[in-house]
Design a binder for this molecule. Sequence first.
Ligand code: SF4
Length: 180
Amino acid sequence: MSEVKLVDAPDGIEGAGFFATRFDKVIGLARSHSLWPLPFATSCCGIEFMATMGSHYDFARFGSERPSFSPRQADLLMVMGTIAKKMGPVLRQVYLQMAEPRWVIAVGACASSGGIFDTYSVLQGIDEVIPVDVYVPGCPPRPEAIIDGFNRIQDLVKNEPLRRRNQPQYQELLAQYGIQ
Ligand code: SF4
């Protein structure tokens, strides 16, 4: 069954009718077009994010023109660049300071898997310290790929039930990372 249904106007009322949908779909739609990203950029992939924010790729058209550098005022953590093991606890702290609901994108090979830095001092993917929703491949990923990853987050946000954060599966996922 379609989530959004056009209902004819009742007799005697002018107009084409109205749309009927579910409350959580409306909330999801609004959230997905008003995400506030927190760019956690440590190296070259961050430069691609700057290009993505510029007028040519116009990240603002997705309702995310307002990057937040305070975790308290962000709901999308975008991690870009090589994350050294010493930086892991800092990244985790930033994640913990974000309020629910929160989402995470690992942008580029380094954030996703350590990339070319298969070495003792580099995290082999940020999912060693925090849960990740979307991985964007590339070294660096082009702005189109970053936007594609962002669109996937929007799809997740749109379709997420309001109560997902209270469900046992989500709590189990957090517990795997030692988060209460
Ligand atoms: S994935 Fe490539 S471009 Fe991105 S931070 Fe790592 S080395 Fe730099």
